[in-house]
Design a protein around this ligand. Structure first.
Ligand SMILES: Cc1ncc(COP(=O)(O)O)c(C=O)c1O
Length: 381
Protein backbone atom coordinates (compact mmCIF):
# COMPACT_ATOMS: atom_id res chain seq x y z
CA UNK A 1 0.00 0.00 0.00
CA UNK A 2 1.16 3.50 -0.82
CA UNK A 3 -0.36 5.53 1.95
CA UNK A 4 -1.26 9.12 1.11
CA UNK A 5 -4.14 9.47 3.57
CA UNK A 6 -2.35 10.73 6.67
CA UNK A 7 -5.06 13.28 7.48
CA UNK A 8 -7.48 10.39 8.00
CA UNK A 9 -5.08 8.60 10.32
CA UNK A 10 -1.38 7.89 10.61
CA UNK A 11 0.64 4.75 11.05
CA UNK A 12 1.68 4.08 14.64
CA UNK A 13 5.37 4.94 14.88
CA UNK A 14 7.30 1.80 15.99
CA UNK A 15 9.01 3.93 18.68
CA UNK A 16 5.58 4.79 20.06
CA UNK A 17 4.58 1.13 20.15
CA UNK A 18 7.80 0.34 21.97
CA UNK A 19 7.01 2.91 24.65
CA UNK A 20 3.49 1.52 25.01
CA UNK A 21 4.37 -2.19 25.15
CA UNK A 22 5.21 -2.46 28.87
CA UNK A 23 1.85 -0.87 29.72
CA UNK A 24 0.01 -3.32 27.48
CA UNK A 25 1.75 -6.27 29.14
CA UNK A 26 3.36 -6.35 32.61
CA UNK A 27 2.67 -2.79 33.75
CA UNK A 28 -1.10 -3.04 33.70
CA UNK A 29 -1.88 -1.46 37.06
CA UNK A 30 -4.53 1.24 37.40
CA UNK A 31 -2.93 4.69 37.49
CA UNK A 32 -5.25 5.58 40.39
CA UNK A 33 -4.04 2.71 42.64
CA UNK A 34 -1.74 3.59 45.50
CA UNK A 35 0.43 0.44 45.42
CA UNK A 36 3.87 0.70 43.77
CA UNK A 37 2.57 -0.69 40.45
CA UNK A 38 -0.17 1.93 40.35
CA UNK A 39 2.35 4.60 41.23
CA UNK A 40 4.48 3.54 38.27
CA UNK A 41 1.50 3.81 35.93
CA UNK A 42 0.70 7.19 37.44
CA UNK A 43 4.29 8.34 36.85
CA UNK A 44 4.10 7.22 33.21
CA UNK A 45 0.91 9.26 32.72
CA UNK A 46 2.59 12.22 34.39
CA UNK A 47 5.50 12.03 31.96
CA UNK A 48 3.11 11.83 28.99
CA UNK A 49 1.25 14.88 30.27
CA UNK A 50 4.52 16.78 30.43
CA UNK A 51 5.47 15.67 26.91
CA UNK A 52 2.16 16.88 25.45
CA UNK A 53 2.30 20.09 27.49
CA UNK A 54 5.75 20.82 26.13
CA UNK A 55 4.52 20.42 22.57
CA UNK A 56 1.66 22.88 23.16
CA UNK A 57 3.35 25.34 25.50
CA UNK A 58 0.84 24.80 28.30
CA UNK A 59 0.97 23.59 31.90
CA UNK A 60 0.52 19.81 32.35
CA UNK A 61 -2.44 20.54 34.65
CA UNK A 62 -4.23 22.30 31.80
CA UNK A 63 -4.59 19.01 29.86
CA UNK A 64 -7.48 16.56 30.02
CA UNK A 65 -6.93 13.20 28.34
CA UNK A 66 -9.92 11.92 26.37
CA UNK A 67 -10.68 9.18 23.85
CA UNK A 68 -9.83 11.55 21.00
CA UNK A 69 -10.67 14.86 19.38
CA UNK A 70 -14.38 14.16 18.96
CA UNK A 71 -14.83 13.64 22.70
CA UNK A 72 -12.64 16.66 23.48
CA UNK A 73 -14.73 18.83 21.13
CA UNK A 74 -17.97 17.60 22.72
CA UNK A 75 -16.61 18.23 26.21
CA UNK A 76 -15.36 21.71 25.35
CA UNK A 77 -18.36 23.07 23.46
CA UNK A 78 -21.07 21.50 25.63
CA UNK A 79 -19.09 22.16 28.82
CA UNK A 80 -18.55 25.84 28.01
CA UNK A 81 -22.11 26.30 26.71
CA UNK A 82 -23.54 24.98 29.99
CA UNK A 83 -21.14 26.89 32.14
CA UNK A 84 -21.55 30.29 30.45
CA UNK A 85 -25.27 30.08 29.59
CA UNK A 86 -26.15 32.84 32.05
CA UNK A 87 -23.78 35.20 30.19
CA UNK A 88 -25.03 34.40 26.69
CA UNK A 89 -26.14 31.65 24.34
CA UNK A 90 -24.47 32.59 21.08
CA UNK A 91 -21.64 30.63 19.44
CA UNK A 92 -19.66 31.55 16.32
CA UNK A 93 -18.10 28.86 14.14
CA UNK A 94 -17.30 28.22 10.47
CA UNK A 95 -19.01 26.28 7.69
CA UNK A 96 -15.81 24.36 6.93
CA UNK A 97 -15.29 22.96 10.45
CA UNK A 98 -15.13 19.21 11.03
CA UNK A 99 -18.52 17.58 11.54
CA UNK A 100 -17.59 16.95 15.19
CA UNK A 101 -17.83 20.71 15.77
CA UNK A 102 -20.75 21.32 13.42
CA UNK A 103 -22.88 18.50 14.86
CA UNK A 104 -22.31 19.60 18.46
CA UNK A 105 -23.36 23.11 17.44
CA UNK A 106 -26.50 21.77 15.77
CA UNK A 107 -27.25 19.78 18.92
CA UNK A 108 -26.99 22.95 21.00
CA UNK A 109 -29.23 24.83 18.56
CA UNK A 110 -31.92 22.32 19.49
CA UNK A 111 -31.39 23.32 23.12
CA UNK A 112 -31.89 27.05 22.84
CA UNK A 113 -28.44 28.21 21.72
CA UNK A 114 -27.90 30.31 18.61
CA UNK A 115 -25.01 29.49 16.28
CA UNK A 116 -23.54 31.57 13.46
CA UNK A 117 -21.83 29.46 10.80
CA UNK A 118 -19.43 31.80 9.03
CA UNK A 119 -18.83 31.46 5.29
CA UNK A 120 -15.28 31.22 3.95
CA UNK A 121 -13.71 32.84 0.91
CA UNK A 122 -13.21 30.72 -2.24
CA UNK A 123 -9.68 29.90 -1.05
CA UNK A 124 -11.04 28.50 2.24
CA UNK A 125 -9.75 31.34 4.41
CA UNK A 126 -11.93 33.28 6.80
CA UNK A 127 -12.22 37.01 6.33
CA UNK A 128 -11.45 38.71 9.67
CA UNK A 129 -14.04 41.46 9.09
CA UNK A 130 -16.71 38.75 8.73
CA UNK A 131 -15.62 37.24 12.03
CA UNK A 132 -15.69 40.59 13.78
CA UNK A 133 -19.18 41.42 12.49
CA UNK A 134 -20.53 38.07 13.71
CA UNK A 135 -19.34 38.42 17.32
CA UNK A 136 -22.00 39.93 19.62
CA UNK A 137 -22.19 40.89 23.29
CA UNK A 138 -23.90 37.55 24.04
CA UNK A 139 -21.27 35.48 22.15
CA UNK A 140 -19.69 33.08 24.62
CA UNK A 141 -17.50 31.03 22.28
CA UNK A 142 -15.75 31.43 18.93
CA UNK A 143 -14.63 28.11 17.45
CA UNK A 144 -12.31 28.04 14.44
CA UNK A 145 -10.17 25.07 13.41
CA UNK A 146 -6.41 25.58 13.05
CA UNK A 147 -5.93 23.46 9.92
CA UNK A 148 -8.66 22.13 7.66
CA UNK A 149 -8.53 18.35 7.30
CA UNK A 150 -9.62 18.36 3.64
CA UNK A 151 -7.62 21.23 2.17
CA UNK A 152 -4.86 21.87 4.74
CA UNK A 153 -5.84 25.56 4.83
CA UNK A 154 -4.47 27.28 7.95
CA UNK A 155 -6.77 29.87 9.54
CA UNK A 156 -5.36 33.02 11.22
CA UNK A 157 -6.29 31.79 14.69
CA UNK A 158 -4.19 34.27 16.63
CA UNK A 159 -6.05 37.24 15.10
CA UNK A 160 -9.41 35.50 15.50
CA UNK A 161 -8.62 34.81 19.17
CA UNK A 162 -7.94 38.52 19.65
CA UNK A 163 -11.29 39.42 18.11
CA UNK A 164 -13.08 36.93 20.38
CA UNK A 165 -11.34 38.19 23.50
CA UNK A 166 -11.99 41.84 22.67
CA UNK A 167 -15.70 40.98 22.85
CA UNK A 168 -15.36 38.93 26.05
CA UNK A 169 -15.83 35.55 24.33
CA UNK A 170 -13.66 32.45 24.67
CA UNK A 171 -11.66 31.15 21.72
CA UNK A 172 -11.44 27.45 20.91
CA UNK A 173 -9.54 25.74 18.12
CA UNK A 174 -9.90 22.20 16.82
CA UNK A 175 -6.20 21.60 16.19
CA UNK A 176 -6.52 17.91 15.31
CA UNK A 177 -4.67 18.36 12.00
CA UNK A 178 -2.15 20.84 13.36
CA UNK A 179 -0.81 19.37 16.61
CA UNK A 180 2.52 17.67 16.07
CA UNK A 181 2.79 18.94 12.51
CA UNK A 182 3.33 22.67 12.97
CA UNK A 183 4.51 24.81 15.88
CA UNK A 184 1.57 25.71 18.13
CA UNK A 185 1.96 27.64 21.35
CA UNK A 186 -1.28 28.24 23.22
CA UNK A 187 0.19 31.26 25.03
CA UNK A 188 1.40 32.95 21.90
CA UNK A 189 -1.79 32.18 20.01
CA UNK A 190 -4.07 33.20 22.87
CA UNK A 191 -6.10 30.01 22.63
CA UNK A 192 -8.45 29.10 25.51
CA UNK A 193 -9.42 25.57 24.43
CA UNK A 194 -7.66 23.26 21.95
CA UNK A 195 -8.30 19.66 20.89
CA UNK A 196 -6.25 16.88 19.32
CA UNK A 197 -6.18 13.12 18.60
CA UNK A 198 -3.25 10.75 19.08
CA UNK A 199 -3.75 8.85 15.83
CA UNK A 200 -3.15 11.93 13.70
CA UNK A 201 0.41 12.31 15.03
CA UNK A 202 1.69 8.72 14.73
CA UNK A 203 0.23 7.75 18.11
CA UNK A 204 -2.47 5.19 18.90
CA UNK A 205 -6.18 5.48 18.14
CA UNK A 206 -8.66 5.97 20.98
CA UNK A 207 -6.70 8.62 22.85
CA UNK A 208 -6.50 12.39 22.55
CA UNK A 209 -6.96 15.42 24.65
CA UNK A 210 -8.20 18.85 25.45
CA UNK A 211 -6.22 21.87 26.58
CA UNK A 212 -8.23 24.17 28.85
CA UNK A 213 -6.72 27.51 29.86
CA UNK A 214 -6.28 27.91 33.60
CA UNK A 215 -3.66 30.59 33.52
CA UNK A 216 -4.03 34.31 33.04
CA UNK A 217 -5.64 36.22 31.45
CA UNK A 218 -8.67 33.99 31.95
CA UNK A 219 -9.57 30.77 33.68
CA UNK A 220 -12.05 28.79 31.60
CA UNK A 221 -14.98 27.37 33.54
CA UNK A 222 -16.40 24.18 32.14
CA UNK A 223 -18.92 21.53 33.15
CA UNK A 224 -17.90 17.88 32.78
CA UNK A 225 -19.53 15.50 30.30
CA UNK A 226 -18.64 12.20 31.96
CA UNK A 227 -19.24 11.89 35.70
CA UNK A 228 -17.89 9.12 37.89
CA UNK A 229 -14.64 8.52 39.69
CA UNK A 230 -13.43 12.10 39.36
CA UNK A 231 -10.44 11.37 37.10
CA UNK A 232 -8.71 14.22 35.25
CA UNK A 233 -9.63 16.61 38.08
CA UNK A 234 -13.28 15.71 37.73
CA UNK A 235 -13.42 16.78 34.10
CA UNK A 236 -13.35 13.30 32.54
CA UNK A 237 -14.16 10.37 34.78
CA UNK A 238 -13.14 6.87 33.77
CA UNK A 239 -10.07 4.71 34.34
CA UNK A 240 -7.16 6.21 32.45
CA UNK A 241 -6.05 4.56 29.21
CA UNK A 242 -2.45 4.26 30.40
CA UNK A 243 -0.92 2.59 27.30
CA UNK A 244 -2.74 5.03 25.02
CA UNK A 245 -1.69 8.06 27.04
CA UNK A 246 1.92 6.85 27.18
CA UNK A 247 1.81 6.42 23.40
CA UNK A 248 0.34 9.88 22.92
CA UNK A 249 3.10 11.37 25.07
CA UNK A 250 5.83 9.58 23.16
CA UNK A 251 4.23 10.56 19.82
CA UNK A 252 4.13 14.20 20.94
CA UNK A 253 7.77 14.07 21.97
CA UNK A 254 8.86 12.57 18.62
CA UNK A 255 6.89 15.21 16.72
CA UNK A 256 8.51 17.96 18.76
CA UNK A 257 11.97 16.60 18.03
CA UNK A 258 11.50 15.94 14.32
CA UNK A 259 9.06 18.67 13.27
CA UNK A 260 11.61 20.94 11.61
CA UNK A 261 13.17 18.38 9.33
CA UNK A 262 9.87 16.58 8.66
CA UNK A 263 8.35 19.85 7.51
CA UNK A 264 11.08 20.40 4.93
CA UNK A 265 11.12 16.81 3.67
CA UNK A 266 7.35 16.34 3.47
CA UNK A 267 6.75 19.74 1.92
CA UNK A 268 9.23 18.95 -0.85
CA UNK A 269 7.45 15.66 -1.56
CA UNK A 270 4.02 17.32 -1.49
CA UNK A 271 5.18 20.04 -3.86
CA UNK A 272 6.65 17.48 -6.22
CA UNK A 273 3.43 15.49 -6.21
CA UNK A 274 1.35 18.61 -6.68
CA UNK A 275 3.44 19.85 -9.60
CA UNK A 276 3.18 16.42 -11.24
CA UNK A 277 -0.59 16.29 -10.84
CA UNK A 278 -1.13 19.86 -11.99
CA UNK A 279 0.71 18.94 -15.18
CA UNK A 280 -2.37 16.83 -16.02
CA UNK A 281 -4.72 19.14 -18.00
CA UNK A 282 -7.98 20.19 -16.31
CA UNK A 283 -6.70 20.18 -12.74
CA UNK A 284 -6.51 22.80 -10.00
CA UNK A 285 -5.73 23.05 -6.30
CA UNK A 286 -8.50 23.70 -3.79
CA UNK A 287 -7.54 26.05 -0.98
CA UNK A 288 -5.08 28.85 -0.41
CA UNK A 289 -1.68 27.50 -1.38
CA UNK A 290 0.33 29.91 0.75
CA UNK A 291 -1.66 29.44 3.96
CA UNK A 292 -1.69 25.68 3.88
CA UNK A 293 -0.21 22.81 5.86
CA UNK A 294 2.82 21.38 4.07
CA UNK A 295 1.52 17.81 3.90
CA UNK A 296 -1.81 18.30 2.13
CA UNK A 297 -2.96 18.96 -1.41
CA UNK A 298 -6.56 18.78 -2.53
CA UNK A 299 -6.95 18.67 -6.29
CA UNK A 300 -9.89 18.93 -8.64
CA UNK A 301 -9.70 16.68 -11.71
CA UNK A 302 -12.25 18.00 -14.19
CA UNK A 303 -14.62 15.37 -15.56
CA UNK A 304 -13.45 12.58 -13.21
CA UNK A 305 -15.51 11.09 -10.41
CA UNK A 306 -13.48 10.82 -7.21
CA UNK A 307 -14.80 7.34 -6.32
CA UNK A 308 -13.86 6.09 -9.79
CA UNK A 309 -10.38 7.57 -9.38
CA UNK A 310 -9.96 5.94 -5.96
CA UNK A 311 -11.01 2.59 -7.44
CA UNK A 312 -8.58 3.05 -10.32
CA UNK A 313 -5.72 3.89 -7.97
CA UNK A 314 -5.52 0.34 -6.69
CA UNK A 315 -2.84 0.01 -4.02
CA UNK A 316 -2.79 3.73 -3.28
CA UNK A 317 -4.69 5.17 -0.32
CA UNK A 318 -6.03 8.65 -1.02
CA UNK A 319 -9.38 10.10 -0.10
CA UNK A 320 -12.19 12.22 -1.35
CA UNK A 321 -13.45 15.03 0.84
CA UNK A 322 -16.08 13.11 2.68
CA UNK A 323 -13.73 10.44 4.06
CA UNK A 324 -13.76 11.80 7.61
CA UNK A 325 -17.50 11.31 7.86
CA UNK A 326 -18.24 7.62 8.17
CA UNK A 327 -19.81 6.22 4.99
CA UNK A 328 -20.98 9.62 3.76
CA UNK A 329 -22.24 9.85 0.20
CA UNK A 330 -22.75 13.60 0.32
CA UNK A 331 -20.39 15.98 -1.45
CA UNK A 332 -17.81 17.58 0.83
CA UNK A 333 -19.39 20.41 2.84
CA UNK A 334 -15.94 22.04 2.92
CA UNK A 335 -15.61 22.22 -0.86
CA UNK A 336 -19.22 23.37 -1.25
CA UNK A 337 -18.57 26.16 1.26
CA UNK A 338 -15.61 27.21 -0.89
CA UNK A 339 -17.97 27.67 -3.84
CA UNK A 340 -17.52 24.41 -5.78
CA UNK A 341 -20.66 22.93 -7.28
CA UNK A 342 -21.66 19.32 -6.52
CA UNK A 343 -20.10 17.86 -9.66
CA UNK A 344 -16.83 19.66 -8.96
CA UNK A 345 -16.88 18.59 -5.31
CA UNK A 346 -17.27 14.97 -6.44
CA UNK A 347 -14.21 15.34 -8.71
CA UNK A 348 -11.63 16.12 -6.01
CA UNK A 349 -9.03 14.02 -4.28
CA UNK A 350 -7.12 14.78 -1.10
CA UNK A 351 -3.50 13.64 -0.88
CA UNK A 352 -2.10 13.87 2.65
CA UNK A 353 1.52 12.91 3.16
CA UNK A 354 3.30 11.88 6.31
CA UNK A 355 6.38 10.62 8.07
CA UNK A 356 6.51 7.31 6.22
CA UNK A 357 6.04 8.61 2.67
CA UNK A 358 8.88 8.24 0.18
CA UNK A 359 9.79 9.75 -3.15
CA UNK A 360 8.97 6.44 -4.83
CA UNK A 361 5.43 6.60 -3.42
CA UNK A 362 4.98 10.02 -4.95
CA UNK A 363 6.34 9.01 -8.33
CA UNK A 364 4.12 5.93 -8.54
CA UNK A 365 1.06 7.95 -7.52
CA UNK A 366 1.76 10.63 -10.11
CA UNK A 367 2.12 8.26 -13.03
CA UNK A 368 -0.78 6.01 -12.03
CA UNK A 369 -3.10 8.95 -11.58
CA UNK A 370 -2.17 10.31 -14.99
CA UNK A 371 -3.25 6.96 -16.50
CA UNK A 372 -6.46 6.75 -14.46
CA UNK A 373 -7.55 10.29 -15.33
CA UNK A 374 -6.80 9.69 -19.02
CA UNK A 375 -8.82 6.45 -18.96
CA UNK A 376 -11.82 7.98 -17.17
CA UNK A 377 -11.92 10.94 -19.52
CA UNK A 378 -11.71 8.66 -22.56
CA UNK A 379 -14.82 6.75 -21.34
CA UNK A 380 -16.70 10.05 -21.17
CA UNK A 381 -15.97 10.89 -24.83
C1 LIG B 1 -10.08 18.51 12.00
C2 LIG B 1 -10.59 17.29 12.70
N1 LIG B 1 -11.29 17.42 13.83
C3 LIG B 1 -11.74 16.36 14.51
C4 LIG B 1 -11.52 15.08 14.07
C5 LIG B 1 -12.07 13.92 14.85
O1 LIG B 1 -11.01 13.16 15.37
P1 LIG B 1 -11.29 11.73 16.04
O2 LIG B 1 -12.07 10.95 15.02
O3 LIG B 1 -9.95 11.19 16.29
O4 LIG B 1 -12.08 11.96 17.27
C6 LIG B 1 -10.82 14.87 12.87
C7 LIG B 1 -10.62 13.52 12.32
O5 LIG B 1 -10.81 13.24 11.19
C8 LIG B 1 -10.32 16.02 12.18
O6 LIG B 1 -9.63 15.90 11.05
Amino acid sequence: MIYLDNNATTRLDPRVLEAMMPFLTEEYANAASTHPFGVRAHEAVKLARQQVAQLLGCEPTELIFTSGATEAINLAIKGVADSYASRGKHIVTVQTEHTAVLDVCRYLEGRGYEVTYLPVQPDGLLDLATVQQAIRPDTILVSVMAVNNETGVIQPIQQIAELAHAAGALFMTDATQAVGKMPLDVEQLGVDLLMFSGHKLYGPKGVGGLYVRHRKPRRVKMDALLHGGGHERGMRSGTLNVPGIVGLGQAAELCRQTMKEETVRIEALRDELEAGLLAIPGTRVNGNRAHRLYNTTNILFEGCDSDAMIMGLEGIAVSNGSACTAASVDPSHVLLAMGLNETEAFSCLRFSLGRFCSETDINICESLLGEVVGRLRSYAL
